[in-house]
Write a protein that binds this ligand. Structure first.
Ligand code: ZN
Length: 76
């Protein structure tokens, strides 16, 4: 699966599902309280970093199996 680069702040840049980020509503998002692995952030193109939130599901998936996650989402 190829990572489609888009900067919709409401969807996860990996799975394109709603990320439920509350940042746009001017309140603290769940992601402020979760440590997103730096390695996961580095999979993203610069253009979407700090614009689109990664959803909690992708953070969990990455933690569970980083290699599986990378093979699914990173362009080879
Ligand atoms: Zn996601």
């Amino acid at each position: 699966m190829k990572l489609v680069v888009e900067t919709n702040p409401l969807t996860c840049p990996f799975c394109h599902q709603a990320n439920y980020c509350s940042n746009n509503e001017n309140r603290a998002c769940w992601c402020f309280n979760t440590k997103v692995p730096q390695e996961l952030i580095e999979l993203l193109p610069n253009s979407v970093i700090n614009k689109s939130c990664i959803c909690s599901k992708c953070v969990d998936n990455f933690r569970e199996s980083p290699s599986l996650f990378k093979s699914t989402y990173s362009p080879q």
